[in-house]
Design a protein around this ligand. Structure first.
Ligand code: TRP
Length: 330
C-alpha cells in the first residue's frame, strides 16, 4: 500500500509564491505517488488568531481555491479541514502527557513566532501547544511523508519524539514516524530582500495577484543598489530578481549566462525584470484561469467530502490508540 502523505497550511491569508515553491509545487508533484491528505489547519490558525475567527473562516475558502488552482486534484488528494476531525483533539490531549513545558519552549519555530507576534511576555497555552496538536494531525493519519518548508522541521522532530515515546509506553508499532520532504527550492525572499516572503510583512507576490500587481511588485524588487548604470558591474547574490529567476526560470543555461553578463556589466535591471515578469505570468496565468472557474459551492463540496474521508481514517487510528492505552472499555 502507498505511504500516506500529509501536510497543511494555516488559513490566515492568501497563498503566495513562497508557498508555491516551498511546498505547493511539491504536493502537486507527489499527489499521485502517495495516499495524499492536504489539511487546512483552521484550528491551528486560531491559536494566533483566536480574536479574529472571521479571518480564519474567510481564509479557508481562499486556501482551498488556491489548492485547486495550482493543480491539487481533489479526486486524487484528500483536501480537508482540521476542525472537522475532532478525534485529533483527543489525541492531542493524550500526547500532552508526553511533552514537557521546557521542550515546547525550546521549539525554534515557536520561539521565532512568539518574538514576531510580541507574545513572549504572556504566552497563550494554546499557542505553545500547537506543535503537539500538529503531531496529532500527522500521526492520526499514520502519515510518513510530510512536504513542508524548512521552518517546519522542528515540528516533525517533535512529532517523532512523541511517536517514539508513545510507542515505547503503549505499544511498539502503534503510531508511525514521519519524514520531512523539502521542496526543490528553499525559502523565497520577499520582494524587499528582507527575510522571507510573507503576507504580514507585505512583501509577497500572491497567487491571485493581477498581472498589473505582479509587474508592479517585480518593478519594486530589490536588486543591487550599486548597479546604477547598465554598464556598471552588478551583484547577483542577494539580488532578489536573480533569486526569483533561480526559482522560476526554466532555462538554467541562459540564466547562468545572464548572471555572467550582469556581473561583468552591460545588463540592465529592466531586462532581467521583464524576463521575470514573463516567467511569473507563464506560471500564474493558468492558476488564475482555474481559479475563475471555482465557486464557493464547489469548494464546500470538496471540503465536506475530504473531511469525511480523513475523519474515517482518523477514527481507525484512534481505535488503535485507545486499544494500546487500555481505554477500550466497552
Ligand atoms: N504549521 C503549519 C503551518 O504553519 C500548518 C500545519 C498544521 C501542518 N498541521 C500540520 C503542516 C501538519 C504539516 C503537517 O503552515
Amino acid at each position: 500500500m502507498a505511504q500516506v502523505l500529509m501536510t497543511g497550511d494555516r488559513p490566515s491569508g492568501k497563498l503566495h509564491l513562497g508557498h508555491y515553491v516551498g511546498s505547493l509545487q511539491n504536493r502537486v508533484a507527489l499527489q499521485q505517488q502517495y495516499e495524499s491528505y492536504i489539511m487546512i489547519a483552521d484550528v491551528q490558525a486560531l491559536t494566533d488568531n483566536f480574536e479574529n475567527p472571521g479571518l480564519v473562516e474567510k481564509s479557508v475558502y481562499e486556501i482551498a481555491a488556491g489548492y485547486l488552482s495550482v493543480g491539487i486534484d481533489p479526486s486524487v488528494a484528500t483536501i480537508y479541514l482540521q476542525s472537522q476531525i475532532p478525534e485529533t483533539t483527543e489525541l492531542t490531549l493524550y500526547f500532552m502527557n508526553l511533552v514537557t513545558l521546557s521542550r515546547l519552549e525550546r521549539n525554534p519555530t515557536v520561539k521565532t513566532e512568539l518574538a514576531q507576534k510580541n507574545m513572549e511576555e504572556s504566552i497563550p497555552v494554546g499557542f505553545l501547544c500547537y506543535p503537539i496538536n500538529q503531531a496529532a494531525d500527522i500521526t492520526i493519519l499514520q502519515a510518513e511523508v510530510i512536504p513542508v518548508g524548512e521552518d517546519q522541521i522542528p515540528m516533525i522532530e517533535q512529532t517523532n519524539e512523541i511517536v517514539r515515546k508513545f510507542n515505547r509506553l503503549y505499544g511498539e508499532g502503534t503510531l508511525k514516524e514521519c519524514k520531512v520532504h523539502l521542496g526543490k527550492t528553499g525559502r523565497l525572499p520577499g520582494i524587499d530582500g528582507k527575510g522571507k516572503a510573507s503576507k504580514s510583512l507585505g512583501n509577497a507576490i500572491f497567487l491571485s495577484d493581477a498581472p498589473s500587481e505582479v509587474r508592479e511588485k517585480v518593478w519594486d524588487m530589490f536588486t543591487d543598489p550599486n548597479h546604477v548604470k547598465i554598464s556598471d558591474p552588478g551583484q547577483v547574490e542577494g539580488n532578489v530578481v536573480f533569486t526569483y529567476l533561480d526559482a522560476f526560470h526554466d532555462d538554467k543555461d541562459e540564466l547562468t549566462h545572464l548572471k555572467q553578463q550582469y556581473r561583468k556589466g552591460g545588463l540592465g535591471d529592466v531586462t532581467i525584470k521583464t524576463l521575470l515578469v514573463k516567467d511569473l505570468e507563464q506560471l500564474l496565468e493558468p492558476i488564475r484561469a482555474k481559479r475563475a472557474t471555482l465557486t464557493q459551492e464547489i469548494l464546500r463540496d470538496v471540503l465536506r467530502d475530504g473531511s469525511q474521508k480523513a475523519r474515517a481514517k482518523a477514527q481507525q487510528t484512534m481505535k488503535l490508540v485507545r486499544n494500546a492505552m487500555g481505554l477500550n472499555y466497552f
